[in-house]
Design a binder for this molecule. Structure first.
Ligand SMILES: [Zn+2]
Length: 715
């Protein structure tokens, strides 16, 4: 081939690329694909289209039936059997390096849990859920009675006090009314407002209560919301929200190995030293069991907003004495994490990690078996692509976590065990806990990945035939009752409560969480099962399948990109919002100078915009040198880790991220070290935290500039 010919071909190729680009933009309304040259984008669209045709609702339903056929809590023989099953399925689907990791962790099983009223009348709470003939699973004798994971053991008889939602302000009100809860048994409801049950336990423990009962009020997840199971999706009278009360907002994972992996030979601390183990007895209850306790009280009437959905007068105290007993088995037992990979064809040491937990309180219809069913259909489709010769450029890693319900245990232990390797290799972690309890798309992501999700949703078709983007916008508009911009679609305020925690907060790996939700009142009860899913949550399994498609497409988009599709200008804008919110709190401006942080934030955002433009023009001109691309990607991957402070946030050293953490209630908490210092009025620590944030912004701005220069040089 002569030089002239080569030139001619290049010209033709360039013209074709350019005209296709125009066609894409104008005729099909498709924008350029972030992180891809025009040629690579065509190949990627083809791969994604082939992938999207593979997941099947029938197959998802079959997986779901199998996963939900028996209760499978962490540490149970059935859940361990499911670990082996998933390992086998992945092997059959063509996944590589299938491994099962064992972690020996503190468990918490009830030997005996009992609640009875001893005065003014005798009543024994059943702590069990009623069976319904229409749903044979509800008669399964292996369903356990209600209990709370990591409750302390003990036996106490004491007067009962109603403390509303069990948050600190509720106890303040009780104190103002002269009511002392020390040594008493406190009964609280789950929500109004919501707080994580472990926070309610810690609050009751700090207040000196002897035991805590948490019940589901019909106003929150029952008749007050709509039709109840088996006629509707909300919780019936006897449903019990099980759950753990672990203080994993202080340090998650196995309580006896805080900060290191619970491998069988690991060093373990004494349970008395474990900061995440509660010291209070706690029991969950249905409103069927709670009603006799509440309606026999005869003391002062509770305030109006403390009145719940039962047709009784809610009172603060009086007449009712209760006996609570919990005898918990806290032996150390194995948990199993299953891991598999599709090794990347070009960059095997760059990983896109996907994960979902396997353990459920009982059948786990929504939580988490819907996610597991979606995952197994996603892995089948990705395995099939590999068989067709379409191996991803980067490595895909997939994990089935254990013990998420107890303390985010499996993901935390795995993350701690492979911390160094993950910090070197992980590009992002894509979490799905529950995949479908309804049709409303509710994703969350670090702000740098939010635009990618919006982008991708335009290319994915929802069951209605519309694009996922259109459905998403419509449901977001409906729930927020206002028109929202694309930038507001993704929730970029990330709290805790699922397996993304170790990746984001401890290791500095960017995360995404995906979920479709809807009316769902049977959370953590035995009614969260196959019947519920087939009648209310996702009867046709179309959203399960849609999840497989969205999740896998996102993984592919990250795995095959020329330049990793992170948007740091968007990140900068979000950080700016976080800082402005804090600055706007009363009294902050006078005591804390955040001007430098603000300036550094906008410098970071500006550099993010410059990098995005440089990436776009390098890709459009098809001028990307392989080595330059590798160096730019290396910088892009470093950004999230630069938000970590090795010392962690004050009093919670395991949580190292300067931008993201969760409150003790599990609610999202931005700029955690800084915000908590401001809220407690510690201006010295606040100034110190502001300096740390400023330093991280400077470091990341320099990193983006370096990536930008790398691209300009390559021209
Ligand atoms: Zn879950």
């Amino acid at each position: 081939m002569t030089i002239r010919q080569t030139l001619r071909r290049k010209l033709i190729a360039a013209m074709t690329t350019a005209s296709l680009f125009v066609i894409n933009l104008t005729v099909f309304g498709q924008a350029a694909m972030t992180g891809y040259s025009a040629q690579a984008a065509r190949a990627e669209r083809d791969t994604e289209a082939r992938f999207a045709r593979l997941p099947s609702p029938d197959e998802a339903r079959k997986h779901h039936r199998f996963l939900t056929s028996e209760p499978h809590p962490a540490g149970s023989p059935r859940n361990n059997e499911l670990a082996r099953h998933i390992a086998q399925v992945w092997q059959q689907q063509g996944w590589e390096d299938v491994r099962v990791h064992r972690y020996d962790v503190l468990s918490s099983y009830p030997k005996e849990v009992a609640v009875e009223m001893v005065a003014p009348v005798a009543f024994k709470a059943s702590l069990r859920e009623d069976a319904y003939a229409v749903d044979p699973d509800t008669s399964n004798p292996r369903v356990r009675s209600g209990y709370l994971g990591l409750s302390a053991s003990g036996d106490i008889t004491a007067p009962l006090v109603y403390a509303h939602s069990g948050n600190p302000e509720d106890y303040q009100l009780l104190r103002r009314r002269g009511i002392d809860v020390r040594g008493k048994i406190v009964i609280v409801r789950y929500s109004n407002p919501y707080s994580y049950r472990g926070f309610k336990a810690l609050t009751a423990e700090r207040e000196g209560a002897a035991a805590l009962i948490i019940y589901s009020d019909p106003a929150e997840d029952g008749e007050g919301r709509g039709k109840v199971y088996p006629e509707g999706p909300w919780g019936p009278a006897s449903h019990i929200q099980r759950g753990a009360i672990t203080y994993d907002f202080i340090v998650p994972g196995d309580p006896l190995t805080p900060g290191w992996a619970a491998t069988p030979d690991a060093r373990r601390i004494d349970i008395k030293e474990a900061r995440s183990v509660p010291k209070i007895i706690a029991v969950p209850m249905s409103w069927k069991d709670a009603r006799p306790l509440l309606e026999n009280m005869n003391g002062e009437e509770a305030p109006r907003d403390w009145q719940g959905g039962l047709p009784i007068k809610y009172r603060l105290t009086g007449a009712v004495r209760v006996h609570v007993k919990a005898d918990m088995d806290t032996s150390v037992m194995p948990n199993y994490v299953v891991e598999a990979r599709l090794r990347g064809a070009e960059f095997p040491d760059e990983w896109i990690v996907c994960g979902n937990h396997r353990d459920a309180w009982e059948f786990g219809g929504v939580d988490p078996s819907s996610g597991t069913a979606s995952m197994l259909e996603m892995t089948r489709a990705l395995g099939e692509l590999k068989r067709q010769g379409l191996r991803p450029r980067r490595t895909l890693v997939v994990c089935s976590w254990d013990g998420e319900e107890v303390a985010l245990t499996g993901s935390t232990e795995w993350g701690e065990q492979f911390a160094d390797e993950l910090q070197q290799k992980a590009v992002a972690y894509l979490n799905v806990d529950s995949s479908a309890s309804g049709p409303n798309f509710q994703p969350s992501a670090v702000a740098s990945l939010a635009p990618l999700l919006v982008d991708l949703s335009r290319a994915v078709r929802a069951p209605s035939g519309k694009s996922l983007y259109e459905e998403w916008r419509a449901s977001a508009r409906e729930s927020k009752k206002t028109n929202i911009s694309d930038a507001q679609l993704v929730d970029v305020r990330i709290g805790s409560g699922s397996d993304h925690t170790v990746f984001l907060n401890h290791l500095g790996v960017p995360v995404v969480g995906l979920e479709f939700d809807g009316p769902y009142g049977v959370y953590h009860s035995m009614y969260d099962d196959f019947y519920w899913m087939n009648h209310f949550g996702d009867p046709g399994y179309r959203y399960h399948t849609l999840m497989s498609v969205v999740w896998g497409t996102l993984a592919l988009r990250l795995a095959n990109a020329d330049l990793l599709p992170f948007d740091f200008a968007a990140y900068g804008r979000s950080i700016g919002e976080f800082v402005a919110e804090l600055q706007g709190k009363p009294g902050v401006k006078e005591r804390l100078d955040l001007q430098a942080v603000m300036r550094r934030t906008s410098e970071f955002a500006t550099e993010g915009t410059r990098l995005t433009r440089a990436v776009e023009s390098a890709l459009a001109a098809n001028q990307l040198d392989r080595q330059a691309a590798a160096r730019v990607n290396q910088s892009i991957r470093q950004v999230e880790q630069n938000w970590l402070n090795p010392d962690g946030i004050p009093n919670r050293p395991w949580f190292k991220h300067l931008l993201y953490a969760a409150r003790y209630t599990y609610a999202h908490l931005e700029l955690p070290g800084l915000t908590e210092a401001v809220e407690s009025g510690d201006w010295t620590v606040a100034a110190e935290q502001a300096r740390l944030l400023e330093a991280a912004l400077v470091k990341n701005t320099a990193l983006l500039r370096q990536a930008h220069d790398e691209l300009s040089k390559a021209k």
